[in-house]
Design a protein around this ligand. Structure first.
Ligand code: ZN
Length: 94
């Protein structure tokens, strides 16, 4: 859970006007979402909530589906990796 007013520790950073990225420790790389259209998010870099789940597929055998809720990563049971079904704190990017 996020502190009410954290002073540092952004969890999501902006790449392009509508594109944001975050670190996924399960896939060991950044995933991104487009903050328009299908996704809704709270515009909180320090304490992000994004909806719906973000899907990232890198091969036919590696699949990642994660919700972002108040600075935490909630992996669904659909993930092919070992973090499937787990909840993790998001990594600070700065
Ligand atoms: Zn991932």
């Amino acid at each position: 859970m996020c502190e009410p007013k954290p002073k540092y520790g952004i969890k999501v950073r902006q790449l392009l006007p509508d594109v944001y990225e975050f670190w996924c420790p399960a896939c060991n790389q950044f995933h991104y979402f487009i903050a328009s259209g299908a996704y809704q998010w709270n515009n909180q870099l320090l304490c992000p909530t994004v909806y719906p789940a973000i899907n990232s597929s890198f091969s036919e055998t590696h699949y990642c589906e994660v919700f972002i809720n108040r600075g935490r990563l909630i992996y669904t049971q659909n993930c092919s990796h070992e973090k499937s079904g787990q909840i993790l704190d998001m990594k600070n990017l700065a």
